[in-house]
Design a protein around this ligand. Structure first.
Ligand code: 13P
Ligand code: SF4
Length: 308
């Protein structure tokens, strides 16, 4: 029996649900019960009645699922699957900033640790960041962390006063403007679609800017076109499945690598074998202290409420 079938049988036996992000390798996406963006995954985690959640994504995503489901086992196939953006915001340094600005509302992108969530007022993702920022009364200043690129993009869109944390995603900052322009010349008329974690100059070239789910929806609305896709290359699998006739070209990264596209080394730490092993052995598990969890759940619940 192949791994895919073994995982399918095991998850039924254990009443487990497999939630996967679009950046996971295709074989993981294929075995998952749900594949989505960070908001969709949080919503699924909040509503699941499965006894066990296997999170095929990175640590902060599984941690968010655990915060929402303290009594369930939440498993992550590889505990080392972190995130450069989450790492760029150490809780102690963030606490100092928050304490120095008591009048600011603290909006934090979901790509951060449970400790940082516990210091926040509202969580957001790339699909609801604008809405969350606009939910704060106009005269109230905002701290926005940790992604400065998403922060700058939302600041421009909303015109709000926002103090930005200086964090970023190594994958989305790796796109090369020169190579992108060269690629566009080779494919004139193609539509550039970009994730808002990308740098401002890349976003300025884009016909559409949005979360991974938003990018897939945009391609679905323009099924016969050619797209240059500026986000992690794992998204191409689901995008192509959804819109088989679209031509999809990954945006090029500065560094030459094997696929000439951008891959998140953290997301790619999960493999089908590790997914099977973790479901079988029920480890590694995600744990969050009750003290942090009680504080961190409030801003997550505010986000879920505002995203209905
Ligand atoms: P979304 O899927 O929410 O757009 O987030 C992208 C990302 O970088 C996740 O780590
Ligand atoms: Fe973090 Fe970037 Fe990887 Fe997403 S793509 S998990 S933001 S490092």
């Amino acid at each position: 029996m192949g791994l895919h079938q073994k995982i399918t049988e095991l998850k039924k036996q254990k009443n487990a649900v497999i939630l996967a992000h679009y950046y996971q390798v295709p074989e993981i996406q294929e075995v998952a019960d749900y594949v989505g963006d960070s908001l969709g995954l949080s919503q699924k985690a909040a509503e699941t009645d499965a006894e066990m959640i296997v999170f095929a994504g990175v640590h902060f995503m599984a941690e968010t699922a655990k915060i929402l489901n303290p009594d369930k086992k939440v498993l992550l196939p590889d505990l080392m699957a972190g995130c450069s953006l989450a790492d760029s915001c150490p809780p102690d340094a963030f606490r100092k900033l928050v304490e120095a600005h008591p009048k600011h509302v603290v909006i934090t992108y979901v790509n951060c640790s449970a400790e940082v969530k516990a210091l926040s007022d509202i969580i957001c993702t790339s699909s609801n960041a604008e809405k969350i920022v606009n939910s704060v009364p106009k005269d109230v200043p905002i701290i926005f962390a940790p992604d400065k690129n998403l922060g700058k993009y939302i600041l421009k869109k909303t015109g709000r006063e926002m103090l930005l944390w200086d964090g970023s995603c190594i994958v989305h900052e790796a796109f090369s403007m020169d190579k992108l322009l060269k690629l566009y010349k080779e494919h004139p008329g193609s539509k550039i679609i970009a994730h808002p974690e990308s740098e401002g100059h890349i976003l300025e070239t884009a016909n559409y800017i949005g979360s991974t789910a938003g990018m897939i929806d945009y391609v679905k609305k323009h099924p016969s076109e050619k797209f240059i896709v500026a986000t992690e290359a794992g998204i191409l699998h689901k995008m192509q499945q959804e819109v088989p006739q679209a031509v999809l070209i990954p945006a090029p990264a500065e560094e030459d690598n094997t696929c000439a596209c951008s891959e998140c080394a953290f997301m790619k730490m999960n493999t089908l074998q590790k997914l099977y092993d973790c479901l079988l052995n029920e480890t590694p598990q995600i744990e969050v202290s009750e003290e942090i969890r009680k504080k961190a759940i409030l801003p997550i619940e505010r986000m879920l409420e505002l995203s209905k």
